[in-house]
Design a protein around this ligand. Structure first.
Ligand code: HEM
Length: 279
């Protein structure tokens, strides 16, 4: 097929990407400048992340103005932080919940156990923080889903100087990948049932879930850059799942096709249609 000028699909795609990036930037600029003005006139709330970020940044800039240094974030950096928190927090937690509903539909006995636990703790009342932290079966289920369907597939790093890794010297500029999903499915680490959904492997905590007590569970990364939102994400997932279990029984629709598909996070390629039955 012959493409002329700007009609090549890659070109159209790039144009759309640029257009979307511009739209997102304009939207965020609007939100940020409105909030900055509100903070300056003393009428802003400080009970959300953007408020805290802007307030601390303005304080930092104010102090640095006096000392003539240039610390503090630029507006572009604030925009990037907003985008990072939105993507890192929204997409990952939503696929975690989706896969949890999928596997609990495939394993109705676990769906029933999870529901019993939720009803025992909360009845039909809204779940509270203390109760959510004590949901043992639900934690085991969420860990097992995070193991099998890790939303983040691989961690990437680039060396900026020569680094020694065991016996290997890695020169600067090398891209390294830690394949989370692969490690989470390794039968040498997890046993011959590594690809099966068995939440009970986490019944005595994370360190006892692997065959030799190796640290091989990284859904939130590890080390200094470990996910800043991991506790929040688990709490959010437990809250959402508890409320669904309290009010609905669910099963997969006949249209569902099991096709995990990596597009930055692991998605169900053809969606996840469910049937919900009110309890
Ligand atoms: C199931 C949900 C989540 C998963 C699986 C997940 C996974 C991860 C992973 C693997 C990393 C490390 C990336 C790396 O080392 O290169 C990370 C970093 C990060 N996550 Fe999450 N995340 C989740 C939810 C959230 C939520 C809810 C938030 C915010 C509210 C969040 C904010 C962040 C941020 C800001 C970073 C970067 C931290 C840094 O570089 O210091 N994440 N996440």
């Amino acid at each position: 097929m012959l493409y002329q000028g700007s009609s090549h699909p890659c070109h159209t795609f790039q144009l759309r990407m640029k257009q979307t990036a511009r739209e997102v930037r304009t939207l965020l600029m609007g939100i940020i400048t409105k909030r900055e003005k509100a903070i300056q006139s003393g009428e802003a709330t400080r009970d959300d992340l953007l408020g805290l970020l802007l307030e601390s940044n303005m304080r930092e800039m104010g102090q640095n103005e006096k000392s003539n240094s240039s610390l503090g974030m630029t507006i572009d950096e604030v925009i990037e932080e907003c985008k990072l928190f939105y993507f890192a927090g929204q997409e990952t937690t939503s696929v975690l919940l989706t896969w949890t509903l999928v596997v609990l539909s495939m394993h109705p006995e676990w769906q029933e156990m999870a529901r019993e636990e939720v009803l025992q703790h909360f009845g039909r009342q809204n779940p509270d923080f203390d109760g959510l932290s004590r949901l043992k079966i639900m934690s085991m289920i969420l860990y097992e889903v995070l193991r099998l369907y890790s939303p983040v597939i691989v961690l990437s790093r680039q060396t900026y100087k020569t680094m020694q890794l065991g016996d290997i010297a890695i020169p600067p500029g090398v891209l390294l990948g830690l394949p989370i999903l692969l490690i989470h499915h390794d039968p040498v680490i997890w046993g011959p049932d590594a690809t099966e959904f068995k939440p009970s492997r986490f019944s005595e905590g994370i360190s006892k879930a692997t065959k030799n007590g190796q640290q091989a569970f990284f859904p939130f990364g590890w080390g200094p850059r470990i996910c800043i939102g991991q506790n929040f994400a688990l709490l959010e997932a437990k809250m959402g799942l508890s409320m669904i279990l309290q009010h609905f029984k669910f099963e997969l629709s006949e249209r569902y096709q099991h096709a995990p598909y990596p597009v930055l996070t692991v998605h169900p390629q053809h969606g996840a249609p469910f049937k919900f039955h009110r309890l």
